[in-house]
Ligand binder design. Structure first.
Ligand SMILES: [Mn+2]
Length: 312
């Protein structure tokens, strides 16, 4: 069994000059726990959910700023109603522990992913449920790699973009390569796509990758997810949502999902399946517009509720 590091300003061992401990740039007393729960329902030992904030944003190509995403989601979560009337439960009663923000290696994605992988391994090794908050989409790979060492599952990526480029701007760890890299660790599918290159489309056809395009969801098509196995990992790139409700992303695309569109989609994905973990990435908070931050926080909490319901 892995021993977990003590809670502090961050895991500071092994830092090099490339590392930026983002939490040190801010008053550490302002780092709060998700939902602002009291000690007995947010303890490391007893909480079912473990939030791992990863303020990593190194390869964004349009709007940048997802490094402040985890903190904005956590701050917004303090305003959430703990009771979820649709599920008729308070998911927070299962306990939510919030880890300190992981220190960031800006110039070294491989090292960054190893750090995320270790953090997620630490969580699942004590039987807890990992929730990773990004940061750019690359961070999801760390979680997927940690979980893939423990068993088989399919990665379900919700994303406006296919993210299937083998390399982008000389990096194989660009956010635009996320799903291509994930395919090296697990079976994958992607839902909500409305931006894909011709080369990516040819790749999809060549390997028979399941892709559910956004227009099918908008048309209300009855989509059969019977091809998915029992165990799934969910990676939510917030740009899968429509920019009208989620303008705070680096690469917004019109034609995205509505609030009820995504919650009913998540409901049908989670029902009858086992979620092995999830992440929410690519929130680029906009000063003066906190609505999208709250939307992201509420989506994290909704997923927690769905996870708990799938267990009963
Ligand atoms: Mn995307």
């Amino acid at each position: 069994m892995f021993s977990l590091p003590e809670q502090g300003p961050g895991i500071t061992s092994g830092l090099d000059p490339d590392d930026v401990d983002v939490s040190m740039n801010m008053d550490s007393s302002t780092q709060r726990n998700f939902l602002g729960l009291p000690g007995d329902s947010s303890s490391r030992d007893k909480s079912r959910f473990h939030i791992i904030p990863v303020p990593y944003d190194a390869t964004s190509t349009y709007g940048t700023g997802s490094r402040t995403g985890p903190r904005a989601i956590i701050d917004a979560s303090l305003n959430l109603e703990l009771y979820d009337h649709e599920l008729d439960t308070e998911p927070s009663s299962a306990g939510v522990f919030t880890h300190p923000e992981l220190p960031v290696s800006v110039g070294d994605p491989v090292r960054m992913l190893e750090r995320i992988e270790q953090a997620v391994e630490d969580v699942v090794s004590i039987g807890r449920f990992p929730v990773v908050l990004g940061g750019e989409h690359t961070v999801s790979l760390g979680a997927i790699r940690a979980l893939a060492r423990r068993g088989r599952f399919t990665v379900v990526s919700l994303d406006a973009h296919a993210d299937l480029r083998d390399t982008y701007q000389d990096s194989s760890y660009s956010h635009a390569c996320f799903l291509r890299r994930a395919m090296e660790s697990a079976e994958c599918c992607v839902i909500g796509v409305r931006s894909i290159s011709r080369e990516e489309m040819e790749f999809v056809r060549g390997v028979n990758l399941p892709v559910v395009f956004a227009e099918r969801i908008a048309r209300g098509d009855d989509i059969d997810f019977g091809f998915l196995p029992e165990n799934i990992y969910l990676s939510v790139d917030l740009d899968v949502l429509d920019p009208s409700i989620m303008p705070s992303t680096g690469t917004p695309e019109p034609g995205g999902l509505s609030w009820y569109g995504i919650t009913s989609l998540l409901e049908s994905l989670v029902a009858g399946r086992t979620l092995v973990g999830f992440d929410m990435v690519e929130l680029c908070p906009q000063p003066g517009n906190h609505g999208p931050d709250f939307t992201a926080a509420k989506l994290v909490y909704k997923l927690m509720g769905l996870v708990l319901r799938s267990l009963t």
